[in-house]
Design a protein around this ligand. Sequence first.
Ligand code: ACO
Length: 294
Amino acid sequence: MPSNHPKMQPPADTTTLIDGLEQKDVVVSIDDEGIAWLRMNRPTKRNAINPGIVFEMNEALDALELDDRAKAIVITGSGEAFSAGQDLKEYFREPDSGHPMMRERLHRANAAWQWKRLMFYPKPTIAMVNGWCFGGAFQVLLGCDLAVADEAAKFGLSEINWGIIPAGIVTKSVAMALSQRAALYYIMTGETFDGRRAEQIGLVNIAVPTDQLLERTKVLARTLIERNPVVLRSAKVAYHHCRDMGWDAAYDYLAAKSDQNVVRDPEQGGQQGMKQFLDDKTFRPGLGAYKRSE
Ligand code: ACO
């Protein structure tokens, strides 16, 4: 890709960049706290993931990556659903009967945003599960770093009910996130469970009553925004890579990754923290983050 390609340029006018996005199946907004809200927006179809959501999500994630106003990303859904999973008509049936390469392109673009982009996204991500969450929506949920759910939200690996297996990369993600007992139970029964149960089995971090969902999500996003963004990014990338590495390789990789932070971090977080704790005595690292300069 040539370096003058628009996607390689920092936005000259970030407002125009976001306003310029085609906001139909995904609505993007950034609030004045730096939280970027990405809302799957097909409420009458329970936000089933169609090609529109797939391609608009990729574009939105591209745009937000370069938009300095966006410091943490929250993904949620319009209406009563987070998402009812892949759209059986527009994501499966119609592409299955079209040109095979178009189908492949769609599936590749879907893997890009739900998995490869989200898992390694350079800014922290939170799934705010506001309602129905089925099938392919599990990958959106597990692609995000953290998750807050409405206690009343309903989850299900419903693939077995359709006579299919949780594909894409859902089975792998579920296997990494849940115990074998919980994963196989929901993969094999297709039963639904609520937000409280999702919290118990570790599928989401926090489940709260409906009226607290938005505020609890904002509190979590603010916590992430207070942290050093370079180190936050390294920490999550290191987590994902280390899970698949042997011990010696992981040890060496983490040492190299730590050194990389020293080069990449313009605010030199480690030094700041040490100074504020040891010299200034203005913070206790056990109890919160060091104070970042504005
Ligand atoms: N794909 C395509 N269309 C969908 C999907 C979907 N995954 N989910 C809902 N819709 C559509 C319905 O066909 C319906 O469209 P219509 O109004 O044109 O008839 C509309 O959304 C509303 O759906 P209802 O079933 O009427 O809504 P209700 O609130 O009663 O039920 C529920 C919601 C439980 C989510 C139900 O729609 C459902 O079971 N959806 C499928 C969930 C699922 O199994 N997802 C996994 C798909 S497989 C995968 O992701 C790999």
